[in-house]
Design a protein around this ligand. Structure first.
Ligand code: FAD
Length: 478
């Protein structure tokens, strides 16, 4: 009796929204989840989605229209996503909110941290795992099913139509086929797949902050069934700070130096960016620049190190420049929310304290460091960054020993990039024709996420939720 109207692969943001939409409308559906728990997914643990047109926004007296959010995202994507899909997703914000409310998930609107000019991010107050338990309970109440330990491995096709999924049970390794009229793939990207990360980002270590069960299996299955790849491949970068694979604890305080707007250098010891971009847009453009740099280093002197630690906030340290809007919103809080432990970080091999820059350059093999710092200090003295033109309030010389170096690598909450679809989330073949019966939603869908990742916080989850709804509604109404 493994026959359903719809089989959904992945009980994450997109999968659960699709399942709730379908089962509420009376369709028989099953969600196949590889993990042992309903709340395995990134969505179950995420902060919250950006949504437009919600009741919460109206109630807060801060409405965000679909047009406002769509225009911002589409302009940012510069034509690299499917506009119809993006618009359909953004217009489904209220539906996603309604489902969350019906399930009993509590939310509040967050502040506009990164200067978008509106407050679209809905923070999910109900913590994991309760929040996902609520969604699963509602799914069951609607007659939908969730199958845990069910790793989808292959799409079943007949006469060019996708009509089922072959699954391996993770507990007893038995194999089963679930048949369906429609299959929605929503397996959450490829953060757990080292080969895929290498294929798209070369020999760069990407710190995995999300679920490793998302190993690109969904994308692979769709490509094997005749789907085509989209061209956008990237990450939703970790914005809490720099990451390093040698870090033993997840969020040590010294990871924050990456985001302070101070001097950053690449593996040759040369500057490679306007450091303010990482301070202002860590999830998006700044994160992309770190992905391109691979390993990078924050270099600071004793004045900077002590100054920032003693100031109430990074923004305070720089003298609260009124033009620095993101400084006021994102950097005017206690600088180190995580305990700092320099000695331990030095032992782990990603942090160092040195009496001279020469010593620092030798220890981290940064041949250009001394010359870079000399040039940087000259620009600080002149009050003008003639290399990358960062704001002059960020120009602080690196001259007083001891000197500190922190090595970082890019990190990601989830990946971006996957299958090309049309505006209804239907997977397209290489002739741009929909593959009958096959839909792709969430971050497996390459056509609604651009790279660099959008500069609106919460878009990852927002589009995951809403693309699940778009796919489900196409199945329901055509
Ligand atoms: C800690 C954390 C915080 C985050 N905070 C935010 C935030 O505040 N705002 C925001 O926009 N984004 C945030 N993100 C990112 C966001 O969670 C993701 O973009 C979003 O969850 C993507 O939804 P999805 O449905 O595509 O995938 P997911 O929610 O990751 O779900 C995919 C599911 O598919 C399952 N799966 C994988 N392969 C298979 C298979 N072969 N068979 C069966 N099941 C499979 C996985 O186990 C997983 O449960 C955060 C991520 C993390 C990790």
């Amino acid at each position: 009796m493994n026959k359903y109207d719809v089989v959904i692969i992945g009980a994450g943001g997109a999968g659960m929204m699709a399942a709730l939409t379908l089962s509420r409308a009376g369709k028989s559906c099953i969600v196949l989840e590889k993990g042992q728990h309903p709340s395995t997914s990134n969505a179950a643990r995420a902060g919250g989605p950006s949504l437009a047109g919600t009741r919460l926004e109206e109630e807060a007296g801060a409405p965000v229209s679909a047009l406002q959010l769509y225009s911002r995202l589409f302009r940012f994507a510069r034509g690299t996503v499917d506009s119809g899909l993006l618009l359909a997703c953004v217009k489904s914000g209220r539906k996603a909110e309604t489902i969350l409310r019906e399930c009993g998930v509590q939310m509040h609107l967050t502040e506009d941290l990164y200067g978008t000019g509106f407050r679209a991010r809905h923070f999910l107050d109900t913590p994991a795992p309760e929040r996902w338990d609520l969604l699963c309970a509602k799914l069951e109440a609607y007659g939908g099913k969730l199958q845990l330990n069910a790793c989808a491995e292959k799409l079943v096709t007949e006469g060019g139509k996708v009509c089922g999924v072959e699954v391996q049970d993770q507990a007893d390794h038995s194999r089963l086929i679930y048949r369906a009229e429609h299959v929605i793939v929503a397996s959450g990207g490829y953060l757990g797949n080292k080969e895929m990360l290498k294929e798209h980002f070369a020999d760069v270590t990407v710190g995995v902050l999300g679920n490793r069960q998302s190993d690109g299996g969904g994308i692979r299955m769709v490509l094997e069934a005749g789907g085509m790849k989209e061209r956008n491949w990237g990450i939703c970068a970790g914005e809490f700070g720099g990451f390093h694979s040698r870090m033993k604890s997840r969020f040590p305080g010294n990871m924050r130096w990456a985001m302070t707007g101070g001097l950053l250098v690449n593996r040759e010891g040369r500057r490679f960016m306007d450091e303010q971009v990482l301070a202002d847009e860590p999830l998006s453009v700044g994160g992309e620049l770190t992905l391109r740099a691979g390993t990078f280093f924050a270099v600071l002197d004793e004045d900077f190190y002590q100054g920032i630690r003693q100031a109430k906030s990074v923004y305070e340290y720089y003298g609260r420049p009124s033009q620095w809007t993101t400084g006021a919103s994102a950097h005017d809080r206690g600088p180190w929310p995580f305990p700092e432990n320099l000695e331990k970080d030095m032992e782990e091999g990603w942090a160092g304290r040195f009496e001279s820059l020469k010593e620092a350059a030798q220890a981290f093999a940064l041949p250009g460091l001394e010359e870079t710092v000399e040039r940087y200090n000259r620009m600080c003295g002149e009050g003008l960054d003639t290399e990358f033109y960062k704001s002059n309030w960020l120009l602080k010389p690196v001259e007083k020993a001891p000197f500190y170096v922190f090595a970082y690598e890019p990190s990601a909450w989830c990946t971006i990039g996957g299958v090309r679809t049309d505006a209804f989330c239907r997977a397209l073949d290489s002739k741009q024709c929909p593959i009958p019966g096959l839909y792709v939603a969430g971050v497996d869908n390459g056509s609604c996420y651009c790279t660099p990742y959008y500069d609106v916080e919460g878009t990852c989850l927002g589009l995951a939720f809403t693309s699940g709804i778009v796919a489900a509604e196409h199945i329901l109404h055509g």
